[in-house]
Design a protein around this ligand. Sequence first.
Ligand code: NAD
Ligand code: DAU
Length: 337
Amino acid sequence: MTRMLVTGGAGFIGSNFVHYTVKHKPDYDITVIDKLTYAGNTANLQPVADKITFVEGDICNAELMDKLVAETDIVVHFAAESHNDNSLRNPWPFVETNVIGTYTILEAIRKHGKRLHHISTDEVFGDLELDDPNRFTEDTPYNPSSPYSSTKASSDMLVRAWIRSFGIKATISNCSNNYGPYQHIEKFIPRQITNILSDIKPKLYGTGEQVRDWIHVDDHNSAVHLILEKGELGETYIIGADNDHVNNKMVIELICELMGKGKDWYEHVNDRPGHDMRYAMDSSKLRRELGWQPQYTDNQTGMRDGLMQTIEWYREHEDWWKAQKEAVEAAYAKQGQ
Ligand code: NAD
Ligand code: DAU
């Protein structure tokens, strides 16, 4: 068995990664470390609870991370403060977890000579104009816009420096916007699905012409596993499912349609300050060198099947999200969103 430490494994992508690993890669002995912030939830791991070890703790705790890294073979680092809107309200937890937390993990990795895979985002590259034909590649210069993306960019820079200066065994992936089960309802897609389920109109920021290169969370996680198995140490891999023609307005209209509402049963609300316009990922290196292919693709928006599955999941798991709904909407309402 290979021992694997998953940081942030009680959050959205991390918990889906643990589910995916238990189902498809039974040779891993998994330990999850998670601080259980507002975004972490042990219920996300309940279906696999008897197959993993769970440790409640902070990745900024150097003593704890030293111990956990010493006891593992591989660290897959998901833990982060992840929501842009929250980083505009209070940036400090983002600096603490994303920068100091990653530094703490890197020092333990360096000391114990273990393998690290660092999970990052397309937002480190900044944004593109709507008519810019370019996509982000592994060589695109960093140009983050928000407190969130600047702290993720900082953490990537630390990983790159530790690879070059100390020769640690690490890889990095930068993925686009994920959707799927277990995503916190503060985020765009689950917020709109749970709005409709609560008889509240979906909320579109500004004009909704912004483009996110949406990918189903299982496709992100299959790519991470491929990088763990076949990726070259020291390398960065872009992960994206070629959905960079789909804007927010199209997504909200598709959700309304799939949930049996009129296509325009939504309202425009205040835009996000500094709102990135367009992300677009060129994942050809991952596809060419490691043979990766996303599974959730269709010829309309590339999202119809994945969205239907996600809508069904929120419909069937009202007990998972209902208690938070009022507070999440109240926080947005204060900002006219
Ligand atoms: P999330 O907010 O749903 O989950 C983050 C998890 O990290 C939570 O369980 C939280 O409790 C935990 N955590 C936070 N601070 C911690 C700390 N100090 N110590 C230990 N645990 C801590 O986030 P997500 O959407 O699942 O994102 C996971 C990772 O993927 C992040 O690194 C994010 O930057 C990256 N990413 C996210 C997306 C996306 O669309 N959501 C896309 C690309 C990359
Ligand atoms: O691109 C990858 C990033 O995707 C990750 O690094 C982040 O962790 C993740 O949160 C996500 O960031 P975004 O800011 O793009 O995601 P969010 O779900 O907050 O918003 C997606 C788009 O939808 C964005 O253009 C803002 C818009 N939006 C969002 C909300 C919450 C709305 O129009 N209405 C909303 O209610």
